[in-house]
Design a protein around this ligand. Structure first.
Ligand SMILES: NC(=O)c1ccc[n+]([C@@H]2O[C@H](COP(=O)([O-])OP(=O)(O)OC[C@H]3O[C@@H](n4cnc5c(N)ncnc54)[C@H](O)[C@@H]3O)[C@@H](O)[C@H]2O)c1
Length: 337
């Protein structure tokens, strides 16, 4: 691979290993580094993070070099980076990498705003670099099994539940941008259609931002879809059901059990079977797809445009008319009587 700003370029080129760096050594970035360190034909050049404690943690985990700034990583020489810094920094970091001709995978959501997302997409197009967005759920083998099961079917409705407790560290976004954006991407991907109608119901029961969202959608192809997401459920659950004319498919994305009901008979009887589901780690499958896209120059599995389209729908959910202040439930309700 061609190298950007690397003195050791010729050597790597001869070996053909793709030199990849990770930007951000938090929860996601540490996982990126762990997976990249174990991938064949990839050299993990190092991880960038301004916090010494986070740099020390990722070195303990992977043995990789660390850098306090992006410039230091660039001097070390990289063909590609994965950006797992906080979302509000994606735009600035992505543009800096693109300006140096570095291919990039940007964690979801692609950026804080649709405008910033579009900027990243057009800069990447102009520079001719590969841009992929980290909608990792597409690489969950249970999701892949559902996608396979509904391929060629006439999809009627989709319901997705993604609930759990509050994350240990609260970022500055609510459940729509943090969680529902995964499922907006899945709805668009399953239906291969754009979302044209949005009916959101949001509530902030505990947090400043919305922590409960019930979102309804209609796609251009006429599919009705529903997302139920919150940070108020004591346990994690991620479930997908898809109704088609010929099948009803149910998937648990955590246990990775996928079941389909089919062969509906006029007397109400039907058949049921468990579908085969793979064992791949989703992040590894995602990073393999990214490396493949960089090497082949082909379209990545999740394009920048798709990342922007999902962010745009999530943003529309947040832009719906605000509820009257009196209906906001900031204190626990009291029982009467
Ligand atoms: N795909 C998924 O399922 C998934 C899951 C969680 C988070 N994410 C996304 O990954 C990104 C990071 O989330 P996280 O949960 O790992 O957050 P985090 O807070 O754990 O990690 C962010 C890291 O970036 C570092 N950082 C801050 N400024 C930086 C800079 N200028 N350059 C490099 N690093 C910098 C921070 O010190 C921190 O270590 C977010 O965009 C988030 O939406 C995706």
């Amino acid at each position: 691979m061609s190298l950007k700003g690397s003195a050791g370029g010729a050597k790597q080129q001869a070996r053909g290993a793709l030199r990849v760096g990770v930007i951000g050594a938090g929860i996601m970035g540490s996982n990126h580094a762990r997976v990249l360190a174990g991938m064949p034909d990839v050299t993990l050049v190092g991880t960038v993070d301004p916090l010494p404690a986070h740099r020390a943690r990722v070195t303990d985990l992977t043995g990789c070099r660390t850098f306090a700034s992006l410039d230091e990583l660039i001097v070390a020489g990289v063909d590609a980076v994965t950006i797992a810094a906080p979302t509000h920094l994606h735009h600035e970091i992505a543009l800096a990498c693109i300006a140096r001709g570095i291919h990039l995978l940007v964690e979801k959501p692609i950026a804080s705003t649709v405008e910033e997302g579009r900027d990243i997409v057009s800069a990447a197009q102009q520079a001719g670099v590969t841009l992929m967005v980290g909608h990792v759920e597409r690489f969950n083998p249970a999701v892949a099994a559902i996608k396979h099961a509904i391929s060629g079917e006439d999809i009627l409705s989709i319901a997705i539940t993604r609930v759990g407790p509050f994350p240990p560290r609260m970022s500055n976004v609510g459940v729509v941008i943090d969680l529902a954006v995964h499922d907006i991407d899945l709805i668009r991907w399953f239906t291969e259609s754009d979302i044209v109608e949005v009916q959101p119901q949001l509530s902030s029961a505990v947090a400043e931002r919305e922590d409960i969202a019930l979102l309804q959608f209609r796609t251009a192809s006429g599919v009705l879809a529903h997302i139920n997401t919150n940070w108020l459920t004591p346990f994690k659950a991620r479930n997908v059901t898809v109704a088609t004319r010929g099948k009803y498919v149910m998937g648990d994305l955590l246990t990775r059990q996928v079941t389909e009901c089919f062969g509906f008979k006029p007397d109400g009887s039907y058949s049921m079977r468990h579908l085969p589901v793979g064992h791949d780690e989703p992040l590894r499958a995602e990073l393999i797809a990214f490396v493949h896209a960089v090497r082949s120059g082909g379209l990545p599995a999740v394009t920048g445009d798709e990342g922007v389209a999902s962010l745009e729908i999530a943003t529309r959910c947040l832009e719906a008319p605000a509820r009257p202040a009196s209906s906001a439930r900031k204190v626990p309700r009291r029982a009467v009587g």
